[in-house]
Write a protein that binds this ligand. Structure first.
Ligand code: B1M
Length: 222
């Protein structure tokens, strides 16, 4: 069995210590952190998702697998978050109201931070009011909403609507993502950007942050 399969198997069995050990071993073999994430941890989590859907795995086992995923990802963090230019402003990220899935959200956060952007983690089960609060109280101009449930992705529409109601819509760029979210859904709710995975989300956030910085530099010159 190659190391990626071993990592995937350890994750599926919820063996977090073994998953961490194997991720470390893969790094020692100079394998890329992104490949270890995609071919090992994520692949294992996909199998878990399928088994969960087909009632071949149940909640406690999925939670153990999720723990192994989180711990494995922590080991990869310094290698994935490669750093970048600073002074790019702030982003806020959270999993929307009613939704407690945070593995994908944490990955997106890690990658955005890797681009040199300070990222406020609002956690899980985050209401539209909290997202708006981050803009009002902390001057955040990039809002990132994650959802993993078809029932909770609708909360993203509430986030967009509340920014509109508060007269703050033009001040923020709203990003949406998560397994059930699509570009079509983004368009239908009037959010600004959709990204399918953490790496593209971080790249797009960086581009928007650079745009915001250029705009404010221009304003200060006028
Ligand atoms: Co949940 N769960 N779960 N679960 N769970 C799903 C999502 C599900 C698809 C499983 C299934 O049936 N196959 C299903 C949803 C069905 C649906 O809505 N259509 C489901 C369900 C039903 C539930 C419960 C309702 C089960 C129950 O209680 N009966 C319950 C809900 C609890 C709640 O939130 N209120 C529940 C609970 C749980 C656990 C607690 C056991 C655990 C979560 C642990 C945790 O997060 N700390 C869990 C898990 C682990 C999953 C699966 C198996 C894996 C999710 C995951 O972490 N994937 C999942 C099945 C699956 O997705 N295959 C499932 C790995 C992660 C890296 O991927 O989060 O997609 P993901 O993130 C990706 C991209 O989507 C993207 O980037 C990431 C990496 O590239 N991305 C963004 C994410 N956010 C983004 C934001 C962006 C841009 C990109 O911009 C802002």
């Amino acid at each position: 069995m190659d190391i990626y399969n071993e990592i995937s198997a350890a994750l599926q069995k919820g063996r977090d210590k073994l998953a961490v050990e194997l991720v470390g071993k893969a790094l020692e073999q100079s394998l890329s952190a992104q490949e270890i994430l995609d071919q090992g941890l994520m692949r294992g989590m996909d199998v878990v998702g399928d088994k969960f859907k087909n009632n071949k795995m149940f909640l406690p086992e999925v939670m153990m697998a999720a723990k192994a995923m989180s711990k494995g990802t922590e080991v990869l963090k310094p290698f994935l978050a490669s750093g970048g230019p600073s002074g790019l402003g702030k982003a806020a990220i959270g999993t929307v109201k009613g939704d407690r899935h945070d593995i994908g959200k944490n990955l997106v956060k890690m990658m955005i931070e890797g681009k040199g952007i300070e990222t406020i983690d609002l956690g899980v089960d985050v209401s539209a009011e909290k997202f708006v609060g981050a803009c009002k109280d902390k001057g955040v101009r990039i809002i990132c909403c994650s959802a993993l449930l078809t029932t909770t992705m609708k909360e993203m529409k509430r986030v967009v609507e509340l920014f509109e109601k508060e007269g703050l819509r033009s001040q923020v760029a709203i990003f949406v993502g998560g397994a059930p979210v699509t570009e079509g859904f983004r368009e239908s709710i009037g959010a600004d950007y959709y990204a399918a995975d953490a790496a593209s989300a971080a790249e797009m956030v960086r581009e928007v942050a650079l745009k915001h910085r250029a705009e404010s530099q221009l304003e200060s010159q006028i």
